[in-house]
Design a protein around this ligand. Structure first.
Ligand code: ACM
Ligand code: ZN
Length: 765
């Protein structure tokens, strides 16, 4: 080869190299919550200890956060050509928006505010190796060039934490706040007072610390377990004002506002235990030792208002944010009904019922807080009896209350039990740790839209955002709290931050699998259901088959049909499994020879109604609609514990009629089903079920069965269809008429509300 040729070759190679540093990036960055606009660039930025970080004074929080995270050397070696620069750009539209422009020689963060810049830093953070999370320094990290322009969909992005039922150390509260900040959430709703403990130091009332902060023991196991058992151990404590100031300050350095919640008029038993004169009866009571709703609530006396205003004065000195949450939920009115003071007050103020008295109570407190320049938030019960004039509604019982609030032109924050209660079960796996109940899997959280289709465009403007709630009756440890919060908090962050057209559950799952390594580095005990299997019975023209799927791609599902545990040699699932008899399907996810996740098992009981036609006169409640009416005759029984799974159907206060049509008439011997009877969750087994059989000659046979359960949680209905022996009877269809239990009696959870009915598979043989 001559010199000339070598020269040409060298030129060619160097051309290749220069191009390779300019190659087009093709992998979108894996960021949660997903940014709203990503344009992939060419080449990479090299982050090392000589990287220079520059930021204006106004962006001190975000600038310092980044410096603390990447720890660049602060010396003269810092390169001008290797800079991360923050620029304040007042022309940006959105206060919390940012742009993050990564070029080979410079990263530019532009924002209108420090808060926007902070979110740019959180995005950049997720482009860096997780080793940075553990405070180690990493040198020579290449960051693929990309330009992100981003802003949140909603202004209120919150997580709640109940520290009354169980409390957590200051350091852990900070860890929780750190996680919120990483996910671009901006509000921490701190539920500080409740029946089971008062957790905020109020200097004017020392008994709140001495008495209200402690309960003498705590319920063991689930509220539904009978009889109730207790641990005979004093539990309690409170956050001192110094600790609270420290936490508020810590949060503000992460652009998180803390909204304190001081519950009234209900959930006040701890305060009344300390100062019995705050209640209607004046009698001594204990701080509550079990969960639920209690009848001793604040009596609207002048003394009570003075007490609450004094408490709120101290609260306002600690929490500088605009909002104070005043509770307002679950306040039974029995004490007020039997209290002379309350009844006289209602007469004097022209209040027509106790709901209006509650509204009077809340409006007075609102008036006081408004006079101090603050705004109130209350749970959606504050709609009953008339909304206080300026209140923001936190909608929890349904999304209907949110629509109602918006119609009344009040701001609303969505936190419905159906999508935002992270104290609910997240998996139907029987090995899940004990939870309050319900069923809220990750995908359901992800699918939430705070703006209801039933809202007009104008009404939707009142939706400030959404929030995940963590009630801690069944969460007593930090590990368990993290398990319930993660990853559902990640899904929620995307619900609130990302525009719907940029959301994609499958893509979220991919990013989550990646993000889990960051949670590992942060020592966060997240639940991992990525390798769970989901099964579905599908009917195609009466032909039944069973499908299996798992969330993550690139892995195999292997299964058996003989009840044995699958291993890496078991059949790989490729197409739906035909079902024409009773069968047990057992499956697991494998990555080559390694089993990931837990074993899944489903038994299909192929009875006479499977695949037939079913109709119900009422639609189940949206939160408990299972897999619809057909789920009652799909051969699969519901979970013994998760009545919110795909198999149970829940109806609130409705009389239901279920008609099953067999097509060709069949012989029927028995009908079995079961009802849930969880009184703590307002669920009652119906008092009776009536049957109406249509026979093949068109005649009807009717019958009725009465149910009279004691305290059992699951109530079996076993009905035998008896007809005169002489008759050859075939049945064309059967209707089950199931009247609702009716009003929940006084003294029970949910007293005065209609009961729920929960029904499982209807097994016909
Ligand atoms: C609530 O869950 N009681 C607001
Ligand atoms: Zn009273």
């Amino acid at each position: 080869m001559n010199v000339k040729r070598i020269l040409v070759l060298c030129l060619f190679i160097s051309f290749l190299f220069s191009c390779s540093s300019e190659v087009q990036n093709t992998d979108p960055p894996k960021i949660i919550p997903a940014p709203n606009n990503i344009v992939l660039g060419k080449g990479k930025f090299l982050l090392n200890s000589n990287t220079k970080v520059t930021y204006p004074d106004e962006f001190k929080i975000s600038g310092e956060f980044l410096v603390d995270f990447i720890k660049p050397k602060d010396n003269e070696n810092q390169e001008k050509n290797n800079t991360i620069g923050f620029i304040k750009d007042p022309t940006l539209e959105h206060n919390e928006g940012y742009s993050l422009d990564i070029q080979p020689k410079r990263i530019t963060i532009k924002a209108k505010t420090d808060q926007g810049a902070f979110y740019a830093v959180q995005s950049l953070r997720q482009l860096l190796p997780v080793e940075f999370e553990t405070k180690s320094t990493v040198d020579d990290v290449f960051i693929p060039c990309v330009t992100i322009e981003d802003a949140p969909r909603f202004q209120y992005r919150g997580m709640h934490l109940d520290v009354s039922r169980h409390m957590f150390p200051v350091e852990f509260i900070k860890k929780y706040i750190d996680a919120l900040a990483m996910l671009k959430l901006n509000t921490f709703h701190w539920h500080l007072t409740d029946d089971q403990g008062w957790r905020i130091e109020i200097k004017a009332f020392p008994k709140l610390q001495e008495v209200a902060a402690f309960r003498k023991e705590t319920l063991i196991g689930h509220y539904s377990d009978q009889p109730h058992q207790f641990d005979h151990t004093v539990y309690g404590g409170f956050y001192t004002q110094e600790e609270i100031k420290d936490i508020v300050n810590y949060a503000s350095k992460r652009h998180i506002t803390i909204i304190p919640e001081i519950e009234m008029p209900g959930h006040a038993q701890a305060a009344i235990a300390a100062y019995p004169e705050l209640g209607c009866t004046g009698k001594a009571i204990d701080v509550a030792t079990k969960w639920g709703v209690f009848e001793d609530i604040y009596c609207p006396k002048e003394n009570t208002f003075t007490f609450l205003e004094t408490v709120l004065d101290e609260v306002m000195t600690l929490f500088p944010g605009q909002y104070i949450h005043i509770g307002g939920d679950e306040a039974p009115k029995v004490r007020w009904k039997n209290c002379k003071h309350c009844q006289d007050l209602m007469a004097n103020e022209n209040l027509k019922d106790e709901n209006e008295l509650q509204s009077y109570f809340i409006s007075r407190i609102e008036n006081y807080l408004n006079s101090k320049g603050r705004q109130i938030i209350g749970w959606d019960e504050i709609l009953e009896g008339g909304l206080a004039p300026n209140a923001t509604v936190m909608s929890w019982r349904s999304t209907t209350s949110a629509i109602e609030a918006a119609k009344q032109k009040h701001d609303v924050i969505l936190t419905p039990t159906s999508h935002c209660y992270f104290d609910y079960y997240q998996s139907t796996n029987p090995t899940e740790p004990i939870a309050i109940g319900g069923f809220l899997p990750l995908e359901k959280v992800y699918g939430f839209d705070p703006v209801s289709e039933e809202m007009s465009k104008e009404e939707s403007k009142y939706v400030l955002g959404a929030q995940g709630n963590l009630w801690t009756e069944y969460i007593s440890t930090e590990k368990q709290l993290e398990y319930m919060a993660f990853p559902r908090m990640l899904a929620l962050s995307e619900v609130i931050w990302t525009q719907p057209n940029h959301k994609d559950y499958n893509d979220f799952v991919l990013r989550l699998e990646h993000f889990n390594k960051r949670l590992d580095a942060l020592n966060i005990n997240y639940a991992n259901h990525l390798y769970d299997i989901e099964g579905d019975l599908v009917s195609n023209n009466g032909q039944l088959s069973y499908t299996l799927k798992t969330l993550t791609s690139g892995k195999q599902i292997r299964y058996t049909l003989d009840g044995s545990i699958p291993n890496f040699r078991s059949t790989v699932y490729k197409t739906p499994i035909p079902i024409d008899s009773s069968i047990t399907i057992t499956a697991a996810v494998f990555d080559s020879e390694t089993q990931l996740g837990k074993v899944f098992s489903e038994t299909i009981n192929y009875h006479k109604a499977v695949g037939k036609t079913i109709q119900i006169n009422e639609t189940p409640n949206e939160a408990y609609s299972g897999s619809g009416a057909s789920g009652l005759i799909n051969g699969i029984s519901g979970s013994d514990k998760r009545y919110g799974d795909k198999e149970w159907l829940g109806f609130w206060g409705k009389d239901i009629e279920i008609q099953i049509d067999f097509g060709d008439a069949i012989e029927v011997e028995s009908i079995k089903t079961r009802f849930h009877n969880g009184h703590g969750q307002w669920i009652y087994t119906p008092r009776e079920v009536a049957f109406d059989f249509t026979l093949d000659d068109g005649s009807h046979v009717t019958d009725v069965i009465h149910l009279n359960p004691d305290n059992e949680i699951l109530v079996d209905l076993n009905y035998e269809f008896k007809t005169p022996k002489s008759l050859e009877v075939k049945v064309k269809s059967v209707t089950l008429k199931i009247p609702n239990y009716g009003m929940i009696p006084e003294g029970k959870q949910g007293a005065g509300h209609k009961a729920w009915t929960f029904i499982d598979e209807i097994i016909i043989n």
